[in-house]
Write a protein that binds this ligand. Structure first.
Ligand code: GDP
Ligand code: MG
Length: 252
């Protein structure tokens, strides 16, 4: 199957919208005392009635070997503290991330609700039913490798084709290289990353360092996910000859 080119950043959504003044009233809903608000499974940001926005829901699976930084990335994207110690994640852990986005086409604002599925490798190996439930109705996969572990990078070429079977239909694929802050131990040179990008035509992001309170660190990854998910919905809807349909939640 031919790799579908991802849309260039900023094709469908306003890039760096979090920096615009007019986005404040929306981003304030995912912040509390300048830190990110933690949303439980049943919680959501609440806008005043005159400014109600729709929420679009997506399921995202984090793929990568143990210790690569899946749990840390989920925490980072949600703006939570990153656990310093590495504990193999037992079973499935899901994290909900809300991210407001402005569509370029019509200026409409949407809340993206990204449910990140993080599953420990041992658990996946031991319990056969876990992987199918992770894969069920999944909208996107984040493939992780660590800049300090060359084998995790080389393994991407085995991982990605497993998610390209036609049974998945189209699936958003994004790559994140973790531990970019540990450049003294970097085991994956820039030219290899470029070659990988040319081969697979997938967006590659770099992450690492302390979690900051600002949104600047995570905005490129969350905007990239949102943009590709939205694009995928438009492609799907186009194939079915209709406009994108969502389980929209009208906020009270
Ligand atoms: N310096 C640095 N350490 C990281 C980064 N991401 C994860 N770690 C550390 O690497 C270890 C494994 O991360 P974890 O998220 O538990 O890996 P998982 O097994 O894939 O869930 C932990 O000690 C993390 O604190 C990063 O970007 N930079
Ligand atoms: Mg983990």
């Amino acid at each position: 199957m031919m790799a579908r080119e991802p849309p260039p950043p900023g094709s469908f959504i306003v890039p760096d919208w979090h920096r615009c003044k007019e986005s404040k009233e929306y981003f304030n809903k995912i912040l509390h005392k300048k830190k990110r608000k933690n949303f439980g499974l049943l919680e959501s940001p609440v806008m005043p009635p005159h400014a109600a926005v729709d929420t679009v829901h997506y399921k995202i699976f984090l793929s990568g070997k143990s210790g690569v930084g899946k749990t840390a990335l989920a925490a980072r994207l949600a703006g939570l503290n990153i656990p310093k110690m590495h504990h193999e994640t037992t079973g499935i852990q899901t994290t909900v991330v809300y991210w407001p986005v402005k569509l370029r086409e019509n200026g409409r604002v949407l809340f993206f609700r990204l449910q990140l599925w993080d599953c420990g490798e041992n658990a996946l190996r031991r319990f056969d039913h876990l992987l199918p439930s992770c894969k069920e109705q999944v909208d996107a996969v984040i493939f992780l490798f660590s800049f300090t572990d060359r084998t995790s990078f080389e393994d991407l070429s085995n991982q990605i084709p497993k998610w390209t079977e036609p049974s998945y239909g189209c699936l958003v694929k994004v790559v994140v290289g973790t531990k970019f802050d540990l450049f003294m131990h970097c085991d994956v040179p820039e030219r290899d990353v470029r070659k990988f990008q040319e081969t697979w035509r997938l967006p590659v992001h770099r992450s690492g360092g302390e979690v900051s309170d600002g949104l600047g660190d995570v905005a490129p990854i969350l905007n990239c996910l949102a943009e590709n998910l939205w694009h995928q919905d438009c492609v799907r809807a186009g194939a079915a000859g209709q406009h994108p349909q969502h389980d929209t939640v009208t906020l009270p």
